[in-house]
Each structure stands twice: as C-alpha cells, then as structure tokens.
Design a protein around this ligand. Structure first.
Ligand SMILES: Cc1cc2nc3c(=O)[nH]c(=O)nc-3n(C[C@H](O)[C@H](O)[C@H](O)COP(=O)(O)O)c2cc1C
Length: 324
C-alpha cells in the first residue's frame, strides 16, 4: 500500500515536471567544484533533533570521523556558536523530516549563519518509516548549506520509528510498530558508511552534483501541513497539576512559545513539531488531536517496552537528548 502510494506520488511528480513550468530538474553544486581543502583535519557535525534519532546519528558520524583521524565537534544547532563554523574543514548537518520538509526553524537558522565559503558540506535526514520525502528534505538541507557558500559532498537518509505522536494516539500504533526495531545495526552501518563516503569524496577532490527527486507531495509540504496540523490540534495547554516546571518543554520548543510560569502556550507561533508532548517526563502537555488525547514518544516507547539500541561506539556515552 505504502509502496503503491510512493509510486503514484513519484509518477505524478515526474508528470508535473514534464508539463508545468517551474518544475524543471534541479541540482545543487557542479561536478568538481573547488573546496577550501581536500585534506580535512577538523569536522563540525550539527543536528536539530527533538526525539533523539537525528542526534544519535550525528554522534555516530562524529565518532566514525574521529576514528578516521579527524578532530570532531558534534552538537545541536541550539548549542552552536555560528561564528566558528567557517573554521572547520568539513561540516555535516542532519535534520528530521517534518511535514515532508526541513523544519522551519532549521531553515531560519541556516539563513542567518555567517558564510562558510568553500567548506565541504554534507546533509542527512532522519525519517519515520516507511518515510515520505526524506531524500528531498536532505537535498533541501544541502541546498541551504550550499547557499551559505558550502561545497556539497554528500547526502543520505536514515530510517527509524516515526515520532509523529498523533499517529499512535489516534489508534494507528501498528503503522509505527512495524518499524519498532529501527534504528538497528543495518541503519548504523549506513550511518558509518555515509561518514566514510563523505570523507573519501572530500579527499578525492572532485565533488559530484546532487539532483532533487520528483515527488508530487512537494506541493503540500512544510508550512501548509503545519497550518493544517495546527487546526487539527484541538487542545494544547499545560496541565499545571502535573507540571513539575522542569523546563524541558521550554528547552525543546524551537520557537519559544511555551511559558511554564503563567502557564501558557502561544498556539499561533507553534510549528506543531510535537517536541513538547514527546519530551515531557510528567505527561503535563495536555494536547488533543481531533479531540483525541495525544501522548508522547517517551510514553509510547514505555507502553510497548521498546528500548532504542545505541550503536556500540556510543554506549556509555551519556544520555540521548530527548529520550532517556
Ligand atoms: C511533526 C512531525 C512531522 C513528521 N513528518 C514526517 C514526514 O513528513 N515524513 C517522514 O518520513 N517522517 C516524518 N516524521 C518522522 C520524523 O522525521 C522521524 O521520526 C525523525 O527521525 C525524528 O527525528 P528526531 O528524533 O531527531 O526528532 C515526522 C515527525 C514529526 C514529529
């Protein structure tokens, strides 16, 4: 069923490309573009992550590059001092796919970073199985990095269990549980291989160009879907009886719309990322989707006794952000 849907969306995209102006084939980078170095000694690994999947893969990329002899700094974009970005020989950045696209806050962040002229850049996305528009999301992220002066050297997508809380809360647990074993060793192998491939591309000195895929759902991606989802969120408040004022929701909210003191959530500014409900350790985010109570990723994992297996290199390396 999912495969058929994907086939139809891809075919419709290809047809649109053939008949609609503005849908022409797009690519980033030109083969053999000049990089500031093809002997990288340092790497910056960045991610935005709400439930931990993108962060875990970022850490694994970092650890893999470290083992290959690079000095690595790996961190969330919210902790990054943007002015230092130009000092690195290689930048790899990851994002989750949210609403078929790069989350709006990540786009905004990248538009404001200082230029990183000639720095080799690679992008990855993490997506929820079976996945929708994951390749193009990584491609858009790569494009944003290239727009700031980066030279594209790699792109990848990594699958796992979706963290879109309304899916299981509305009763479609089966769709999520089908991928309950992900991330698994196979995904981690793909992550390590990506890191190695990126490094060998840089060392090879002739980066390729990267083409966007055709996908009909592109027309309804991003802000359109965020607005639609916001309309379907029929309740979004803080339950002050449960709230312990730990501040995790405030820290996780990428658009600063949560005030735990009043307590109040400014729904107009919310980007429906589910970060608050997915991370609250006290079930104090009182959210309803089409009238049905939403419960978060932590509670979903607990309910189904799912433990996310860490890659061997990261075991004992501290708690995962968001999920512990
Ligand atoms: C608000 C929201 C929207 C999502 N939209 C998509 C989507 O359009 N396509 C997809 O494949 N996965 C989608 N997902 C699943 C996430 O991309 C996936 O679970 C991701 O790995 C989460 O990364 P994180 O743990 O680093 O936050 C969505 C998840 C959330 C919470």
């Amino acid at each position: 069923m999912d495969t058929r849907r994907k086939f139809l969306l891809k075919s419709a995209g290809a047809a649109a490309m053939a008949v609609l102006p503005g849908c022409a084939e797009e690519q980033i980078g030109t083969a053999g573009q000049t990089m500031k170095t093809n002997d990288p000694k340092t790497a910056l690994i960045l991610w935005y992550s709400q439930a931990g999947h993108t962060a875990r893969n970022g850490r694994l990329i970092g650890r893999t590059l470290e083992r290959l002899g690079l000095r690595v700094r790996a961190l969330d974009i919210r902790e990054c001092d943007e002015s230092t970005m130009k000092n690195y020989d290689l930048i790899i950045m990851g994002t989750p796919v949210y609403y078929l696209d790069v989350p709006g806050n990540v786009r905004d962040w990248l538009r404001d970073i200082p230029r990183i002229e000639g720095t080799p850049v690679a992008a990855y996305s993490t997506f929820g199985g079976p996945g929708d528009n994951q390749y193009n999301t990584a491609w858009y992220l790569l494009q944003l990095l290239a727009d700031r002066g980066g030279v594209p050297v790699g792109i990848a997508t990594f699958g796992n269990m979706s963290t879109f809380a309304p899916t299981w809360s509305m009763g479609n647990e089966k769709r999520i549980l089908k991928y309950r074993d992900r991330p698994n060793e196979e995904i981690y192998r793909q992550v390590r291989d990506f890191a190695k491939k990126v490094l060998s591309t840089v060392r090879g000195g002739t980066p390729p160009a990267f083409k966007k895929e055709f996908y009909a759902g592109e027309f309804i991606k991003g802000s359109f879907q965020v607005k639609l989802t916001r309309l379907m969120i029929t309740r979004h408040t803080i339950d002050s009886k449960r709230c312990t004022k730990c501040g995790i929701c405030v820290e996780k909210c990428p658009v600063g719309v949560i005030d735990i003191e009043t307590p109040h959530i400014d729904k107009k500014g919310c980007i429906a990322c589910m970060g608050c409900v997915n991370n609250c350790p006290a079930q104090a985010i009182d959210m309803a989707f089409l009238g049905k109570k939403v419960y978060g990723f932590r509670d979903f994992l607990k309910k189904h006794a799912i433990t996310i297996i860490e890659p061997a290199e990261l075991r004992g390396g501290g708690p995962q952000p968001g999920v512990s």
